[in-house]
Design a protein around this ligand. Structure first.
Ligand code: PMP
Length: 478
């Protein structure tokens, strides 16, 4: 009898092996078909991602999963992975060979090591720095003994102060148990995503976007679906277009206003429409509001929608120039806050408590964020007035610390490289934020004098660039 069972187990194992190999063979066959589709699409000028075609494919596959009585969630997620690799296989390989802003930064660093002065308009870091009172509080706190392991969600007094601050400023009902103090906004994005998403799910992102969202989605084995906005449309996103791109695997939407890199903000109505879209889709909405204090008008927080689907992200990096302190926070529904806390606890144990005490001090200082916002507003004015003279197209920012113009050049990355080498001004190429080959992101990190100097250099480089282009057609090679 027992021998019979052992034989049966071996037989079934053999069968599982055969089926697994067949799965691989089927995937290989599918890959060949995808290559053919890619060729045909390229000839016909059809984009690699056509949401309607994917949706139909998903529906057929899921129906089959229902007929066969197998776990639909598994099929949904496996499909995302297969579709993600199909789209990737169809992408133009030259896209991934492009010069990135990291390459530019390396060149800038090398130039500085060689004693040359570089104007930094490529990074999003206010060089104004943290207020002295905050720095003093940091060292005092360490001396007072705030230097042991602490709670993974953050110091209870800081979580309470954050909840109170949000309540006072925006009239929103936030409880300390919904607040998780994170080691910077960057980690906050990861914690939110890791708490919400499983492998094979999708994140809806609005381009141009801070690249971190897509990178984190990728690291988590997820896929980003991109709603591309345009300069012509004043970078305003459209919930209906976003909905068209989403599938039943889309579990998170990301908004970021004031926006990096465009500086635009969206009003309460549009914000509400996106929150409702997330609710309808059974997804969450991550509202990255790290530039809230750099809003030139009133800031609209997604928390005001009172939705159980909203996760809000904030950081001390921009408002108080505390980039090196590495501290931010999430405000999230209890189950997400708890999950984020567990993940952060596993990764870091806790955010250093002396840093949290310094953040507590920063919260009492409303003057510094106002001063920094004024700096950004004036910086944006300088940049825009220069852009007007250059004839560059852009949307005037309503907040944040960047302007994202389209320059009269074919390839802004090449231009950025030349600008850095010739005139020591570093800017971030638009291709970093999505498919925006003619754009650059100009940041107001440095002093206003440096911003002015940088803009003058960009104007000069542009004139030189155009003179070369006007001189005649480029030589024909081959
Ligand atoms: N969100 C956005 C949109 C950002 O641009 C940044 C920083 N560049 C962050 C979050 C994170 O900042 P930090 O990690 O310094 O808090």
């Amino acid at each position: 009898m027992e021998l019979g069972l052992t034989e049966e187990l071996s037989r079934q194992r053999e069968r599982a092996r055969e089926l697994t190999v067949r799965l691989v063979e089927l995937l290989a066959e599918r890959e060949k078909v995808v290559a053919d589709i890619a060729r045909l699409k390229a000839e016909l000028g059809v984009p690699e991602f056509v949401p309607e075609v994917e949706r139909e494919l998903r529906a057929v596959a899921l129906k089959r999963a229902v007929d066969l009585g197998i776990d639909q969630d598994l099929i949904r997620r496996v499909l995302t992975l297969i579709l993600k690799s199909s789209v990737r296989a169809q992408e133009n390989p030259s896209n991934s060979n492009r010069v990135t802003h990291m390459d530019l930064m390396r060149v800038a660093k090398r130039m500085e090591r060689n004693g040359m002065e570089v104007v930094h308009m490529e990074v999003g870091e206010p060089t104004l720095g943290a207020p002295a009172a905050v720095a003093r509080e940091l060292s005092d706190a360490a001396l007072r003994g705030y230097a042991f392991y602490g709670e993974a969600a953050g110091l209870p007094e800081l979580r309470a102060a954050i909840a109170e601050d949000l309540m006072e400023r925006f009239g929103v009902d936030v409880r300390p148990e919904n607040v998780v103090v994170t080691q910077g906004g960057r980690l906050g994005v990861y914690l939110a995503m890791a708490s919400i998403l499983s492998v094979g799910e999708e994140v809806a992102v609005i381009d141009p976007s801070w690249p971190h969202y897509k990178q984190m989605a990728d690291y988590l084995g997820c896929r980003s679906v991109i709603h591309k906005t345009s300069l012509e449309g004043a970078w305003v996103p459209d919930p209906a277009e976003m909905e068209r791109l989403m599938s039943d695997a889309t579990k998170l939407l990301v908004l970021n206003y004031p926006n990096n890199p465009t500086g635009v903000v969206i009003g309460e109505k549009l914000m509400r429409e996106f929150v409702e879209l997330a609710e309808r889709a059974g997804a969450y909405l991550l509202s990255d509001e790290v530039y809230m204090d750099y809003s030139f008008g009133e800031h609209e927080t997604a928390l005001a929608t009172n939705s159980e689907r909203v996760v809000m992200l904030m950081s001390f990096s921009k408002s108080w120039g505390m980039t090196g302190y590495r501290i931010g926070y999430l405000v999230a529904p209890k189950e997400i806050a708890d999950r984020a806390t567990r993940i952060q606890g596993s990764l870091l144990t806790c955010v250093p408590e002396f840093v949290q005490v310094a953040a507590l001090k920063a919260l009492t200082d409303r003057e510094t964020p106002k001063r920094y916002r004024e700096h950004m507003r004036r910086g944006a004015e300088i940049i825009c007035s220069h852009l007007d003279r250059m004839g560059a197209r852009y949307v005037s920012p309503a907040g944040g610390m960047y302007v994202f113009p389209e320059l009269p050049v074919e390839d802004a990355t090449e231009f950025a490289l030349k600008l850095l080498k010739d005139r020591g001004v570093a800017v971030a190429p638009g291709s970093v934020f999505g498919n925006y080959q003619r754009h650059v992101r100009l940041s107001i990190s440095d002093s206003l004098e440096k911003v002015e100097k940088g803009m003058r250099a960009i104007g000069e480089e542009l004139r030189a660039w155009q003179t070369v282009t006007d001189r005649g057609n480029p030589p024909v090679i081959g």
